[in-house]
Design a binder for this molecule. Sequence first.
Ligand SMILES: [Zn+2]
Length: 253
Amino acid sequence: MKYAIIGGTGVYSLGENFKEISMDTPFGRIDFTVMEKKGKEIVFLPRHGKGHGCPPHLVNYLGNMWALKEYGVEFIFSTVAVGSTRIDISPGDLVLIRDFLDFTKSRPMTFYDGANGVIHVSMGEPYCRMLCNEIIKRTNDNIKDNIVYVCTEGPRFETAAEISFYRQIGGDVVGMTNVPEVVLAKELSMCYCTVGVVTNMCTGLVSEEASGLEIISIVNKRKDYLTNLFVDILLNGDLRTDVCSCRSSLIKV
Ligand SMILES: [Zn+2]
């Protein structure tokens, strides 16, 4: 059984036993790192490529998820940096995402482009219930649950009017990278869940915008905590594939 952690901004610190892998996919070459521990393999995949070179709207989401599936990954934890639309969710908070609103515009969204008939994927439970439960068990009140993520196209930030709108339709946090990643995981029948790190208040909620340095500083403080949490769950958790809907979400017409 293989596992993966997808990270955004910042680089995870790894133990000694790891190897670098470069995999060719139909969507281009994907680089990732594999750590071996207790006879298990955990893949660390930098979403934006090595060195954070790729902006959110140009991330190779198809290649990333294809590479994980091809490598044999069954369970994925991902982290995203988010802005908050709510005054009760502050920079530094961790949020467990359970649903999303998609406002992306131009990115490739699916592996099923009609070559093998029309296939839909259910979004009744976009994020794996079993993985979310494992997180809740270990974090108690340290994470805010039942969060709705708004995905925008980027790379520009949102206007105050857009943030006001997102809040009114139920969006709790805003980011640029979780869609289509979550959808593609489901299309490939992998268990996937996402923890957001709140790095700033959204436009209009405070007068000052967060600088890049402030964002990186906040993410770094949470990075080690989340890495340890995910690795603990992957090595010691009760991970099963029969208690969620992740492997039965494809609907062929
Ligand atoms: Zn699942």
